[in-house]
Design a binder for this molecule. Structure first.
Ligand SMILES: *Cc1c(COP(=O)(O)O)cnc(C)c1O
Length: 367
């Protein structure tokens, strides 16, 4: 069986380091706050080339807190790409703003700049730039647009640890960035975890305060915040994994390169485009095919797991029907029935990838 995700395999390769790091936290009973968190914030900021890092409870909180820290007028319109996980929209509504969807690029799947421009109104104050599947958004154009239209850019980096635009790491290219360390992400904890990155000292301070009851010291609360701290056990796991992420990412890229090369002659498969300026870290390797469900079953019959990201475009979800954007002429509203995520990750060998390719070629009758 070629698994879609294999966290057990990953653990087996780092078991001693992880066990020792977790034991150390428990031995010291340093559960909230402490060395592991400090080290994670320092090292993850360095890894992503950002000035400040605030570890929080999960990626959805990271987005919500990032939006709240920007202090936009209540009811502002924030533009969200139509193909993403619900958090990208949820965080907007939860912080008192209005979701407006725009389309995604049909080749690299990130936010479509032309569609984004059309969605801007007088009430638009920010954009959620989702680096979807690990492919970075075109940050050059987004930042130029942000200046032109006076918008804040919030990077949703949940799928893009280590991704780069012109050799520059994402996360703090925009005004503020949100990461998830959900177990299945490229860099994942052993539970929920997330982080906020920014180069703006005031936004960093505000975010940290929101995540920790609006306080500056133990019982001195400046405003009402919330509890969204990351615990030291998760930080300890992440600190171990941070040493391996570069390696794992290169393995993902090698598998992606192989798929791209070997599947390029199969006309029925639309392959994901990697822009020349992008370091795509392949959280997901998403192809598009007609009759996707049939192919998914065929792969399963051949002991190959696959995924769908996402089976229902955000505007078509029950949760967003009220926006009336479910019939907008978006690529994203159509290709949710065509996308299929092939197995990728450090658990996939080139041998495994070879088997995936040969099953796909059999299916389509290609050589
Ligand atoms: C996973 C994910 C999130 C949410 O992260 P959690 O840690 O699960 O809350 C947000 N945005 C995108 C694009 C994601 O894939």
């Amino acid at each position: 069986m070629i698994k879609f995700l294999d966290l057990k395999f990953q653990y087996s390769t780092i078991k001693e380091e992880v066990d020792a790091a977790m034991k150390n936290v428990i031995d010291n009973s340093a559960f909230i706050g402490g060395e592991e968190i400090k080290n994670l914030e320092r090292d993850f900021a360095i890894f992503q080339n950002a000035e400040y890092c605030i570890a929080v409870a999960n990626g959805t909180d990271a987005l919500e807190i990032a939006i709240e820290a920007l202090d936009l007028p209540l009811g502002s319109e924030i533009i969200v790409p139509a193909n993403s996980f619900i958090s990208s929209g949820e965080a907007v509504t939860r912080s008192g703003h209005q979701v407006v969807f725009c389309d995604c690029d049909p080749e690299n799947y990130t936010i479509d700049l032309e569609s984004l421009r059309k969605a801007i109104t007088d009430k638009t104050k920010a954009v959620i730039a989702v680096h979807l599947y690990g492919h970075p958004c075109n940050m050059d154009e987004l930042m130029a647009l942000a200046i032109e239209k006076d918008l804040k850019i919030i990077e949703d980096c949940a799928q893009a640890h280590g991704a780069e635009v012109h050799g520059k790491r994402i996360g703090a290219i925009g005004h503020i960035g949100a990461f998830s360390f959900y177990p299945g992400k490229n860099l994942g904890a052993y539970g929920d975890a997330g982080a906020i990155l920014t180069n703006d000292a005031a936004l960093a301070k505000k975010s940290r305060m929101i995540a920790n009851h609006g306080r500056i010291e133990k019982y001195n609360h400046i405003f009402e915040g919330r509890n969204s701290r990351l615990d030291n056990l998760q930080a300890a796991v992440l600190n171990v994994k941070l040493k391996h992420i570069e390696n794992w990412t290169e393995q993902r890229i090698a598998v992606a390169d192989y798929y791209l090369k070997e599947l390029k002659e199969v006309p029925q498969i639309q392959l994901p485009k990697r822009e020349s300026w992008a370091r795509q870290v392949y959280h997901l390797f998403v192809i598009r095919v007609a009759d996707r469900d049939h192919l998914k079953n065929y792969l399963k019959e051949n002991d190959i797991e696959s995924g769908i990201h996402y089976p229902i475009a955000l505007p078509k979800l029950q949760a967003y029907k009220y926006l009336g954007q479910d019939e907008d002429e978006f690529y994203a509203n159509k290709y949710d029935s065509q996308v299929l995520s092939l197995p990728i990750g450090e658990h996939i060998t080139l041998n495994d990838a070879g088997r995936v390719v040969s099953v796909l070629k059999d299916y389509f009758g290609a050589k």
